[in-house]
Design a protein around this ligand. Structure first.
Ligand code: NAP
Length: 482
């Protein structure tokens, strides 16, 4: 079936409240990964365009920062209402450019909109403190001011939510922004500009610039002294590059980077609940998530039952175009599909067995079938790298110290999952695990109200919750006598 491409597709640069072409007239194509067909040409922002976007954000900053928090809150709340009203249209567009199932896209839209509602509520809770200096007796007044123009860079796996998770707190804090969406999936973010405009966001407060020259445009913006924050979600490798550039002008960084999540099923875990949780932690977004369960450690006594039940559920999932009711959509591009296939081939060559899936899909579209691997040896590459696909790799364990050591044996520290009926054991394990987030008897930790983020090479800073607002604020302290 041919899917209709929206005729009103926003595909230009959105700078200072105006849609425009790239300064050199250049464009780049965006594809439907399930059909390998072009769906749009998008303006390819240049370095000159990036400077124009910073000009617009900088010109709008003083006015936006001076708006009363309640006014900023009400604009964000309207953005939540509009995005909720439009979620079906957005979900279809997202499925078309990303490949994920419509159910995943609808789930993402609800999550994405929630950041506008949460930060509408946080905009009016920018609370400072006053205290007596113990030594001098002066008053210590600490209050928080908007940090300035923020550069936001987002990945392709959650084309809406990774943007709203940054735009929401930035606008609530009084910052203005330039957002650069991923080149694989820019259309959702460009369409979001129309929502923000309708909600009443003034011209220049949010600017969007898609660009294939991501390194050059990010670099020029990070070396512009008007840019004071860089909030990035993406790979650890690109995060490192951005941190180096940010160091030159001491730009405040927030980095949400890669993950390699362990999923631990203890002997006393509820196996049916663990399988349900594993399906969410593994199969949401076909495994293309930084929070995706990557390494399953299952207690010896329950391993076979868990493996069989998980394989039965994953093996029964229907694969196909996300707009045609499939549960498993296409991966975002050929490279991602080939990387996943390579990981499985490597593990099988080293002794792993596939209980379901395990073979490349023949035909059009960048699909890979849901796969459960058991007897995965320690040397398999997929245990140390992000799989970013619908592949669950299982290992057995027998002792708690052993599983903690294995789970922590990674440079990443984003999220870990634990299934146990004993909360004492669960919380004890959580404390020993070097991860920023823990799913305890839950396969999903994402929540607009929670501080999302990692330790070690999974990043710096937090998004969501009150902490997310603080990333866009600077603290000023006044030492006062009265
Ligand atoms: P990526 O290659 O790092 O790209 C992310 C963004 O950075 C894209 O907009 C990309 O633009 C841009 N970019 C690439 N090279 C750049 C450079 N040299 N300078 C500035 N920007 C640059 O990551 P991805 O493949 O899109 O996303 C997958 C990664 O994101 C995974 O590692 C995943 O774990 C991580 N992720 C983390 C979180 C989290 O919250 N911790 C959430 C989601 C995803 P182009 O598209 O134009 O190249």
């Amino acid at each position: 079936m041919k899917h209709e491409i929206p005729s009103s597709l926003a595909s230009g640069l959105y700078i200072g409240g105006q849609w425009r072409e790239a300064s050199d007239g250049g464009t780049f194509p965006v594809y439907d990964p399930a059909r390998e067909e072009k769906i749009a040409d998008v303006a390819n922002g240049t370095v000159e365009d990036a400077i124009a976007a910073v000009d617009a954000a900088s010109a709008a900053f003083a006015g936006w920062a001076a708006r009363k928090p309640r006014e900023r809150a009400e604009i964000l709340r309207r953005a939540f209402d509009i995005l909720t009203r439009e979620k079906g249209r957005f979900a279809r567009l997202m499925t078309l450019e990303n490949g994920k199932s419509l159910a995943d896209s609808l789930g993402e839209m609800a999550y994405a909109a929630e950041f506008f509602r949460w930060y509408a509520e946080e905009a009016v809770r920018n609370i400072g403190t006053v205290m007596h200096s113990p030594a001098s007796g002066a008053r210590i007044l600490a209050h928080h001011k908007p940090a300035g123009v923020a550069l936001l860079i987002t990945p392709w796996n959650f084309p809406a939510a990774m943007g709203t998770r940054k735009i929401g707190p930035a606008l609530a804090a009084g910052c203005t922004v330039v957002i650069k969406p991923a080149s694989e999936t820019p259309l959702t973010m460009l369409a979001l500009m129309e929502v923000l405009e309708e909600a009443g966001v003034p011209a220049g407060v949010v600017n969007a610039l898609a660009s294939r020259a991501s390194g050059a445009v990010a670099d020029v913006m990070l070396h512009d002294p008007r840019v004071r924050v860089v909030s990035f979600t993406g790979s650890t490798a690109v995060g490192r590059t951005l941190l180096k550039s940010a160091a030159d002008n001491i730009v405040k960084p927030a980095m949400e980077l890669g993950g390699n999540a362990p999923f631990i099923v203890c002997a006393d875990g509820d196996i049916d609940a663990a399988v349900e949780g594993a399906l969410v932690a593994k199969m949401r977004n076909m495994g293309e998530a930084c929070t995706a369960a990557n390494r399953f450690y299952v207690h010896d006594s329950v391993h076979d039952e868990f493996a069989e039940k998980l394989a039965a559920r994953m093996g029964a999932m229907r694969m196909g175009h996300g707009l045609e009711g499939a549960e498993v959509g296409a991966l975002v591009n050929a490279d991602t599909r080939d990387k996943v296939a390579g990981f499985v081939e490597d593990a099988v060559a080293k002794g792993a067995r596939a209980l379901c899936g395990g073979r490349r899909h023949e035909g059009r579209g960048f699909f890979y079938p849901p796969t459960v691997l058991v007897d995965v040896p320690d040397t398999a590459k997929l245990l140390c790298d992000e799989i970013f696909g619908p592949v669950a790799a299982l290992q057995r364990f027998s002792g708690e110290d052993e599983v903690v050591r294995k789970a922590n044996e990674t440079e990443y520290g984003l999220v870990a999952y634990i299934y146990t009926r004993d909360q004492k054991r669960g919380l004890g394990l959580a404390e020993k695990l070097e991860f920023g987030m823990i799913g305890l008897n839950r396969g999903l930790v994402s929540d607009a109200a929670a501080p999302f983020g990692g330790v070690k090479q999974s990043g710096l800073g937090r998004e969501g919750g009150h902490e997310g607002l603080m990333e866009f604020l600077e603290t000023q302290y006044v030492s006062a006598e009265w």
